[in-house]
Structure formats: C-alpha cells, structure tokens
Ligand binder design. Sequence first.
Ligand SMILES: [Fe+2]
Length: 405
Amino acid sequence: MMPFRKPLLRAFKSLLACSMYLVPSQKSVLVQGPGSVKKLPGLIREQGIRKPLIITDSILMKLKLLNGLFAEFDAIGMSHAVYYGVQPNPTVDNIEEAYALYVKNGCDAVVGFGGGSPMDCAKVVAARAAKPGLTADRMGGYFKILLSFHKKVPRIFAVPTTAGTGAETTSAAVVTDPRKHFKYTVNDFLIHPHFIVLDPELTIGLPPFVTAITALDALAHSIEGYLGGAHCRFSDAYSEEAVKIIFENIDRVYRNGRDIDARSRMLLASYYAGIVLNRALTGYVHPFAHKIGGMYDLPHGRVIGAVMPLVFEYYGATVHRRLARLADVIAVSKPGMDNSQKAAAFIEAIRGLNRRYGIGETIPEIKEADFPGIARSVHLECVPYPIPRIMNDDDIIMILKRLKG
Ligand SMILES: [Fe+2]
C-alpha cells in the first residue's frame, strides 16, 4: 500500500466513526415475549393505519407460521393484503410486485415477516411508497430517500422469525438485480423499522443447524462492530451483552428448539447485534461471506462461522485487547493470561461452536481459480468499513487457502 494512503484511511475511518454518532438512537417500539405477534394487528390499528401489506415468503406461508397473525386480524375485523413471493436477497422484481400490490390495495403500512429477506423487502417497498418515482433498481447507495426531501415513509413493522440477521433493527436492505447480476444495498435512516416484534414462538420450529448458523451470524455482527474503528460506548454495551447471551444460550436452543426462554434470549441477542451492525458496521468477515456464499450458494451463517476465526487471527495484536475483554465476558480467560492468550481463548471458543454444531472450519467448495475474483470483491466491499487491519491480495489469498483446507 502507498504510504500516504494510511493517514488518509485513518482520517476517513475517524470521520466515519464520528458520523456514526449522528445515527439516530433506536427509536423503534419493541414488543416482545411469547405470543407477542398476536398484539400486532391491534398495534397497527392504534397507529391509525387502515390496511397494511404483509410481506413474507412462500415457505413461511406453507408452514402456516402466519396463521395466528391472520386470525388476529380477522378477530379485530381489520383488512390486510399479503405478498408472499419474496426470494432470498429480494430481487428488484419482488419489490416492484409487492409495491404494485401495495398501491392496488390502497395499503398504508408494511409488515416484514420472516428472515432478513422479507424484512428487507418491506423496508424497500416503504421507500418505494415514499418516493414513487424512484424504482428499486435505482435505490442502491446512501440516503437517496432522505436526500429526496420526501420523508413520508409509511410505518414499517418488522417481525423476525430467525435469531440472526438483525434486519429488524438496521437502516439497510440488501437487494438483488438478477438482470445486471448485481447485489446492492439500500441505506437510509428512513427505512429503519418503526415497530419490532420479537416473538420467540415463531422461532421454535427452526432446525438445529439453521438455529446454530443464524446464531453465528448474530455473533459476527456483535464482534465485527466491536473490533472496528466505528465502535463506541453505546455499541460496545450491546456487543458484550449479545456475545454473552449467545454463548450462554446457543447450546440450549440447539439441543432443545422448544426451550422458549433460550429462544427469547437468542432473539434479543440478535436484535442487540443488529443495533451494533447498524451503528458500528462490519469488518472483513462479512465481505468474505457475501462473496463466497453468493458464488457457491452456501448459507450465510455457515461461511461466517468458518471465516470468523481466520479473520480475527489475521487482525493480530490490533484487536488483542478487545478480544481479551470478550474472553472475560464469556469467562474463557484464566488468571495469569495476557491479552494475546485471552484473545486466542476467545477465538478457540468460536472454533468450539463450529465443531459442536457441524459447521466446520473449512469450505472445500471454494475453487482456487476463483481466488482473484473473491479478493477483488472483498477489497471493493470493504472500502467504507472501519476495519482494524487492512489486507492486501496476499493476505486474502492466504485466508482463502486456509479456508479451502
Ligand atoms: Fe450477517
């Protein structure tokens, strides 16, 4: 790297870190507890809303996970429309179809019900309603809705059905444009959900492996922001609490999916980790996971789990003090250990999760011929992130070789 780029990069990161303080603090209304999703129709009506559009996917419809919610709408005599065509990383067509349904039915609010994709789709449909001239394929980037001075965004309600993405509390949405083979992010404070429902009963049907990999995703959200240059006292408190809750409860939910108390705790941890992600951004783990997961069609959390230890080891001494603190938080540090030993103990604890839940430490699906393309993508995605130690091509290739196994 050219020597003059380092001070410039540091200045940029400081600027970014300061800008994070401008992010509005969490103003969402949080509704939580077993069965809390049944309170949603009444809550929506209290806001003076006439007809919400519920956005979800076909799997959740088939599983009848929304039946309790629909019954409650019927019970209070409130009409609603449903769009259940959301695909993973919602496509621009998903958004346009949902928005067309929103207009056709005269809706005035959106409910994102599901994993990250339905919630992201709901956020962008709300943005679409606020700015009807701006189609989904032109919404990528920062603050396009805010800067349009058209701030009347419909109320957004988010109901997560996995404990991992944190999408219920972020101001961003990932969208895919299959025609351009392009995945982009819509970023705007105005698409931050206004109401969040954390109902652990919606997560009890998740299989153990999905439970584990979504938890590892939440774990990465809480740690990546903690290690980066944009962390602050506010985000640190959420990071430490999320890490503690995940390590205390992941085994319980993995072994007994019906443990409603542990499911509640994991949903809360995922929500806290989402706050960290929104405030302190991410590091290298996610760019690796986005590219590798997309290229080989692998679950996000599986790649995240395998990549985390390698990236945290690469950061080396720059993050030892921070990781040592997390080792204390989950009580894997021992008297007499210095920070580097505590950091190693924390990374080993993550490896332990990977081993216990069948995630493994390697991703043999990665092809060596793809290394340069993955490296390019990682460099590109990392540009705005406040990462603790910058990688060059050789560093990325070294990590990919270890990852391939
Ligand atoms: Fe993630």
